[in-house]
Design a protein around this ligand. Structure first.
Ligand code: PMP
Length: 405
């Protein structure tokens, strides 16, 4: 079979695959603990649901303008004013089917084949593949050994004459690290000076802990005119627990938004009108659910830290936000895929191998589930990996005997 060069270069989304494996095992009645997931377990806001019902009842569900409905764009404008202290207009906004699609459309609008895009390592699994889909080259930038906080010089060192853009995701998937205000200020200034596009993937920006304050990259931009290369990405998936609704957006200069709309117009056209209604409902509705999710996740993070700190050999940096911990398990093995496979196979705990985010020896553990799941999940991982654990473990009635270490 003849497959394109780009097609052949794209790997499967491992995080989605792990979700699938866990779901299949669960459906078979297996006692799976899901520490692999990237979605909150809380319900979507009631305002999101209510706002769709009238439209659904009308049974007139039509196309929307390519860059989003007026209602949804207005909601994004209000959101940008409230959380970024920045006034924008409808021409500055595009709504897509998830932050994923809007990042993809943006990259297609700015990249030529062979262009390079820099992003800190570890990175969100989809960045390299999205960049490759444009025929461009992903350039991960490692920080100081063992640090999840990039420094400007780490990015600077990777810049070549082919560099077109930088992607920053803070707080970060997979580490939970929220980059300092100083770093954000420096990177905004640096990209402006070098004429580079800067994509701020802010999908987790409200899910932050320890009294940390929201950071708006606009505060550090000198040029926010029509040639600004700053692009801010956000969406409803994480903060409103609306992953299945598939709505995300970008705010950028009008010329770029127009090009992105042209591309989206031929790919998927406007996102579903029902889902945009729901997203606008969530943004315009009562925000207490976001705060309650944030508090739950902060508490879950604390429990995860307690459990992992009691686990000899595992090194962990306390996450500042998100619902992930990126823990260094390298004392138990360098091959994170092997480790992750062993954990699902032997003790039915789903995790994501660090290599998918560019770092071996690490596992990404999600704190989206219940406290019980976190405690039981880490207990099973410890039993499976640590040779000093007792030889037997009970999962409910089932007795497991460790015969692999
Ligand atoms: N960026 C990051 C860093 C993410 O973690 C995710 C979701 N896992 C996305 C973008 C995509 O979000 P959406 O569901 O809106 O497509």
């Amino acid at each position: 079979m003849s497959i394109s060069i780009i097609g052949k270069s794209i790997g499967e989304s491992v995080t989605l695959k792990i979700n699938e494996i866990a779901a299949i095992l669960k459906a078979k009645g297996e006692p799976v603990i899901h520490l692999g997931g990237g979605e909150p377990k809380t319900k979507s806001p009631i305002d999101a649901i209510i706002s769709t019902t009238a439209l659904l009842n009308s049974a007139e569900i039509r196309y929307t303008p390519v860059a989003g409905t007026v209602e949804m764009k207005k909601a994004v404008i209000r959101y940008t004013e409230e959380f970024y202290n920045r006034k924008v207009e409808t021409g500055n906004v595009i709504v897509s089917s998830g932050a994923k699609q809007v990042i993809m459309v943006c990259l297609q609008a700015i990249l030529n084949p062979q262009d390079e895009v820099i992003f800190p390592l570890p990175f969100y699994v989809s960045y390299p593949e999205m960049i490759k889909l444009c025929g461009a080259i992903p350039v991960p930038a490692l920080s100081k050994e063992g640090s999840f906080y990039p420094r400007l010089k780490d990015i600077e060192m990777k810049v070549t004459s082919y560099t077109k853009a930088v992607i920053i995701n803070s707080p970060n998937n997979p580490t939970g690290a929220m980059y300092s205000e100083q770093f954000i200020a420096e990177i905004v200034e640096f990209c402006e000076k070098k004429g580079l596009y800067l994509l701020m993937d802010d999908i987790y920006h409200r899910l932050i802990f320890d009294g940390k304050k929201l950071i708006s990259s606009y505060d550090y931009a000198k040029d926010l005119g029509e040639n600004s290369k700053l692009i801010v990405i956000n969406g409803v998936s994480k903060q409103y627990a609306m992953t299945g609704f598939r709505v995300g957006w970008a705010v950028a200069n009008k010329k770029l938004i127009k090009v992105m709309s042209n591309i989206q117009g031929h790919q998927t056209a406007g996102p579903s009108v029902i889902l945009q209604k729901a997203a606008a409902g969530a943004i315009n509705g009562i925000q207490s659910q976001v705060e309650s999710l944030r508090l739950t996740l902060e508490n879950n993070r604390n429990v995860m830290m307690q459990q992992l700190n009691a686990f000899d050999g595992v090194k962990i940096t306390k996450p500042d936000g998100t619902f992930y911990c990126f823990a260094d398990f390298s004392v138990y093995g360098k091959d994170s895929t092997k480790m992750s496979n062993l954990l699902i196979e032997k003790v039915r705990v789903a995790t994501v191998p660090g290599i998918e985010f560019g770092m071996e020896g690490y596992l990404r553990l999600s704190t989206c589930g219940s406290i019980k799941d976190i405690i039981e999940g880490v207990k099973r991982i410890k039993w499976a990996l640590d040779p000093n654990s007792p030889n037997e473990l009970y999962i409910g009635e089932r007795k497991l005997v460790r015969d692999w270490i």
